[in-house]
Ligand binder design. Structure first.
Ligand code: NAP
Length: 346
């Protein structure tokens, strides 16, 4: 068993990590932290976690180290993770970070998009971007994993097979994506207030969402020449779930069955990715609570556009599940350990 800590465990991503680690065969949850809920039992804040007998400890790296955890999952806001990671790494722990702090390889790009200098730039180079289906090989044995954002996860999984198969003839990629309200975290605000969020769908941060440079970086890593991304996120009245629709200009003459085969082949051996049958579209309800990604592939021949949709649960494949999947690979456990559970079908 590996002793694990979740820092930021009272937030939505942290609570989901708590849920997954409690059911994991190879992790023992040793420490969960919260500032505003310090001293409170987990089961009191989250009655669904009634099987958990832990109490929230303060956000303090010395407390995390004292718990003798060997691995720390950071489910904290950007800037908080880069403040915590150095001490945890110095103590010999493996760090799996769900925040944006170590995703962008260019610290100046981080400053430009996040409005603050990077305080641990020396760690950026060693951080491994944790999207196993696309870059699994770099993960085993690493000590710092930068888990992708939820929108980049779905978007890059949707784009990758077409880019790698060289079907795509333009770097201009359009991404329309929809997320449930839990993507905004636990603290309610005017936009996420039930009365304002329900029965309504709206775009937000058009042309300015911070996941844009991460998607561009990922597309370039996949081999797309000079990617230019138009990314429009939308908030939908769902508690969880994310659907990304990616529009790729493809070579004339590409046949629908060629496009479909590229996707089916690329993901044939992936335990968490399902490519829907031709004509079938994925839905967020089909992946709810799971670490799965469902992908739909359609070729709009009249415009020469491959339209790929990818549905994930933002709190699982989009955050906590992917973090556990990465940790499994880093530590040499079965990649699906603790993640291959049946989920509700209605
Ligand atoms: N929600 C998603 O769907 C999603 C998807 C992908 C990635 N992420 C990323 O995961 C991280 C957590 O997101 P979330 O949605 O769970 O947010 P959240 O619900 O707002 O929770 C944030 C947690 O971070 C803790 N925290 C805040 N400031 C801190 C600090 N300075 N030091 C240590 N801990 C601090 C909070 O502690 P208290 O208990 O004291 O409030 C809380 O437990 C973020 O970086 C987010 O971008 C989230």
């Amino acid at each position: 068993m590996t002793r694990a800590a979740v820092v930021g465990a009272a937030g939505y991503a942290g609570a989901e990590l708590t849920r997954l680690l409690l059911g994991h065969p190879s992790f023992e949850l040793a420490c969960v932290t919260s500032g505003q809920d310090e001293g409170r039992p987990v089961r009191e804040l989250y009655p669904a976690l009634a099987m958990c007998d832990l109490v929230y400890s303060p956000h303090d790296t010395s407390v995390v180290v004292a718990s003798r955890a060997e691995i720390a999952f950071l489910a904290v806001p950007h800037t908080a993770a880069m403040a915590l990671a150095p001490a945890l790494l110095d103590a010999g722990m493996t760090v799996i970070d769900a925040s944006a702090d170590f995703r962008l390889r260019d610290p100046e790009l981080f400053t430009a998009w996040y409005g603050t200098p990077h305080t641990a730039p020396g760690l950026i180079d060693e951080a491994v971007y944790g999207l196993p289906e696309l870059w699994r090989v770099a993960l085993p044995g690493t000590r710092l994993v930068a888990c992708p954002g939820c929108y980049p996860t779905a978007t890059l999984l949707a784009a990758a097979p077409a880019v790698r198969a060289d079907f795509v003839i333009s770097g201009r990629v359009i991404v329309d994506a929809i997320s449930g309200v839990s993507g905004a975290g636990r603290t309610p605000g005017p936009v996420t207030h039930f009365v304002n969020a329900t029965e309504s769908v709206a775009a937000y941060k058009v042309g300015s969402h911070r996941h844009t440079p991460e998607i561009v970086q990922g597309l370039a890593d996949l081999g797309l020449q000079t990617p230019s991304v138009v990314f429009t996120p939308h908030l939908a009245p769902l508690d969880r779930g994310l659907l990304s629709t990616v529009y790729l200009e493809v070579e004339p003459g590409l046949l629908p069955e060629e496009a479909y085969t590229a996707y089916a082949d690329a993901y044939a051996s992936e335990p968490f990715v399902t490519v829907c049958q031709p004509g079938v579209q994925p839905a967020t309800a089909h992946v709810r609570g799971s670490n799965r990604a469902h992908i739909g592939v359609a070729l709009d021949q009249s415009s020469g556009t491959l339209v790929v949709t990818c549905a994930i649960d933002n709190l699982v494949k989009g955050t906590a599940g992917q973090a556990v999947q990465c940790a499994n690979i880093v530590l040499g456990y079965d990649e699906t350990a603790g993640l291959d559970m049946p989920v509700p079908v209605v």
